[in-house]
Design a protein around this ligand. Sequence first.
Ligand code: PMP
Length: 300
Amino acid sequence: MSESFDDRDGVIWFDGDMVPWREARLHVLTHGLHYASGVFEGERAYGGVIFKLTEHSERLAKSAETMGFELPLSVPEIDAACKEACAANDIVDGYVRPFAWRGSDMMGVSAQSNTIHMAIAAWPWPSYFSPEARSKGIRLKTAEWRRPSPETAPVHAKAAGLYMICTLSKHAVEAEGYDDALMLDWRGRVAESTGANIFFLFPDGKLHTPDPDCFLDGITRQTVIGLACGLGIEVVERIIMPDELGQASEVFLTGTAAEVTPVGAIDEHAYAPGKITSTLSEAYEAAVGKTPEKAVSAAE
Ligand code: PMP
């Protein structure tokens, strides 16, 4: 979709009102814009139902708390507002973006009494990576930026500022023809991509995924671990070092936007999208309700 995000039809839920899409504007002196004091969620609706909505609303509230502010809405109220934003825009299958930020009352590092604002936008958004890239497996390149330590940044919050290094990393590898960047953490361990978690099938026949001790323990990651367990596929959460990447036979990403996306290459290592990846991708599609005829209940 090529239309700009500030020039669309529809409405945006903005501080409790439905505002025409093009009029959902902020003042330029907004704390969230200057100092990244903002948090957000990324959700997907399938067949009119937002998958794991309450988990997302809870994470938004937790992210805000981590950033030192309280949301103006309770979790059930956020759930209701997300549904309203979808309904008002006739979104049946789409993406939902609730976000909250410190406003303009004070402009400086200290912003103790700033008003907290919230908005929710929803739009149709079919696939995060192109269908061609998905079918062959996306190509990743290791980024130069690393996920920071928990002493350096609020690493478990879905906070705007943490995406600065994601955009830098993704832009750098896209300029070289890759689809996304693989980010290591501050210790040089494999962490995640710029917007999704990562899993590896290793020769022991088990799925291995990094311990999420300094990045988001994604809702999709947790869902896929539950689905794998239900299918008898063992999952090992452990420290994974970059020199192990050559031993994997299948690699995939998980995320609300990415869903289950096969990875075809990381740096010089090539992988063929395989059986375990397609099994889990299908199980995920059934769990979210994309393929209702095969629906199974997702392990929480
Ligand atoms: N890591 C990062 C950096 C992300 O932006 C996301 C997407 N929210 C994820 C992981 C996956 O999280 P989830 O499965 O909850 O969407």
